[in-house]
Write a protein that binds this ligand. Structure first.
Ligand code: RB5
Length: 152
């Protein structure tokens, strides 16, 4: 389903992505989205697994439907998120991948790299992620079920 704009989207980043995250939050708010910011909030160095885990656990718990994670490349924080049971996260550097992460993979988190994408592209990626429904159907559901089975 499309994300419910009344329900906040979880967002978090490491020190490499504070400026991109802040701009993205403002841009998404202008589009009508609510966001809950898990930090970090300054350029002081932090460990991306700490933020990635916190956001991923918040999404996996059902408190949030979707999450956005940003670090320098998007890779480390997305690897972290995928370690949390119930999370399907993918790094996206363009909107097509973000759309397909939803349509085929039912991704509940996307990662982005602040050293990879600029603010305009980040907004397009986030919107593709938030506005695309999982296609479902036997084929895609079977594959997502096989991914989910690895949680156990
Ligand atoms: C921090 O320098 C950097 O390693 C981190 O932001 C991220 O790119 C890791 O995957």
């Amino acid at each position: 389903m499309n994300v419910d704009k009344q329900r906040p989207v979880a967002i978090g980043c490491d020190h490499a992505a504070v400026a991109l995250k802040q701009g993205l939050i403002e841009d998404l708010k202008a589009e009508g989205y609510e966001l809950f910011d898990f930090g970090t909030f300054t350029s002081e160095s932090v460990d991306y697994p700490d933020i990635g885990r916190e956001v991923a656990e918040a999404v996996a718990s059902g408190r949030f439907d979707r999450g956005i994670l940003i670090c320098g490349t998007g890779i480390g924080i997305t690897i972290t998120a995928n370690k949390v049971k119930g999370i399907r996260a993918g790094v996206c550097s363009e909107p097509y991948s973000a759309k397909m992460a939803r349509a085929h993979n039912d991704a509940n988190i996307i990662g982005m790299g602040a050293r990879v994408v600029g603010p305009g592209l980040a907004l397009e990626i986030a919107k593709a992620f938030l506005e695309t429904e999982f296609e479902g159907g036997v084929r895609h559901q079977r594959r997502v079920d096989k991914i989910n089975a690895l949680d156990n």
